[in-house]
Design a protein around this ligand. Structure first.
Ligand code: TK8
Length: 353
């Protein structure tokens, strides 16, 4: 049918384009690699037309939105225009939690939140909040694209939601407005915004900071007005949200790897013919692979761009990273049993070279 949508030649082309983009130091936020060409092999539907609103919390200039543009292109072409995809960014239709509620109510069709605010609903997502559990993007891919990720998508397909794929927010870095941070002591008294997630609160409390959970949609204003001194997010999210304009300092901590989980409203899902359900799963898979590639390729170039724009970025030595890891060891003791020790062991086993 449409299994060979991505010819090898096209994939090589994508990778070459990404390599060129990352080499450019003057990369602007909007300088995303061109969208890969979509093989528009048509998937037969049921003759009905559908409109799908897809909303995310990050801005139009991040890798996540670029992924959504690719998703839209795939779905519209392969449904021969029978599925119309409308994209919304910057939490225009609600922050991560509000968008998930809208999916459950059937007023929004798709969203892709960070996993962290969803741990009350899906406790197994909490593994993605453990500090330093994912040593490399390759390990993250093995987990997301392997048995564990598949099982998590199945388990998250409940409560009015259908979970169909993984993309990434990425490795999180600290930013702040007060002073350069290279050790946990430097964090003393700093008010750090965290995601709405108990492990993140535990992490920053254990490091000696003063953490406050808050929706991402309120974060820029909170930083600007000094309600909080700092926050943590991947370079690409820091830059696309312009946090560097109000945060002169950053530390490359890589403390947590955050995926985006691609969700569909079950109410919408049940209206679709099976062939279109399959099309959404396929498009979510292609979006996830492409978006992770874009996110990773741009990561270093964006860090460099933030430096060029005047951000003071502290890169930690191996010893300094070890100090953060040692300080955070008790977080594992607190959460291991609640999350499930076996799941953590499985991920650590995947990490062994
Ligand atoms: C965007 C969020 C964001 C996340 C956060 O909707 O809240 O800090 O990292 O990127 O999912």
């Amino acid at each position: 049918m449409h299994a060979h949508y991505l010819a090898k030649r096209t994939l090589t082309g994508i990778l070459a384009t990404l390599a060129i983009s990352s080499a450019s130091l003057s990369l602007a936020a909007t300088d995303m690699p061109p969208l890969p060409e979509v093989d528009g092999t048509v998937v037969e539907g049921d003759g009905n037309d559908y409109t799908l609103k897809f909303s995310i919390g990050t801005t139009q200039s991040g890798a996540q939105y670029r992924g959504l543009e690719y998703f839209k292109d795939i779905v519209e072409k392969r449904s021969d225009g029978h599925i119309k995809v409308q994209l919304f960014h910057s939490a225009q239709l609600g922050d991560d939690l509000q968008a998930v509620s809208a999916l459950q109510a059937g007023t929004l069709e798709m969203t892709a939140p960070s996993t962290s605010p969803l741990v009350n609903m899906f406790p197994q997502f909490a593994v993605f909040d453990l500090p330093f559990l994912f040593p490399s993007p390759e390990v993250a891919d093995k987990v997301l694209d392997g048995e564990i990720g598949k099982r998590m998508l199945e388990e998250a397909s409940t409560n009015g939601l259908v979970a169909i794929g993984w993309a990434e927010n990425g490795y999180r870095q600290l930013t702040d407005s007060k002073a350069a941070v290279s050790t946990p002591e430097d964090l003393k008294g700093l008010k750090i915004r965290t995601m709405q997630n108990p492990i993140h609160l535990d992490i920053w409390r254990t490091l000696g900071a003063n953490p406050t959970p808050m929706s991402f949609a309120e974060l820029f204003t909170a930083l600007e007005q000094g309600v909080v001194d700092g926050q943590e997010n991947p370079w690409i999210t820091i830059q696309s949200s312009r946090f560097n304009e109000v945060q002169p300092y950053a530390t490359e901590t890589n403390h947590v790897y955050t995926p985006f989980v691609t969700l569909v409203s079950e109410r919408f899902w049940n209206k679709l013919p099976e062939s279109y359900q399959g099309l959404l799963v396929e498009a979510a898979g292609e979006m996830g692979r492409y978006e992770r590639e874009v996110s990773r390729t741009l990561n270093d170039a964006i860090k460099q761009q933030l430096k060029d724009e005047g951000m003071q970025i502290t890169e930690l030595s191996a010893e300094q990273v070890a100090t953060f890891q040692d300080t955070l060891a008790p977080v594992y003791d607190d959460w291991r049993d609640k999350i499930g020790g076996e799941l953590i062991d499985d991920i650590q086993a995947i990490s062994q070279p």
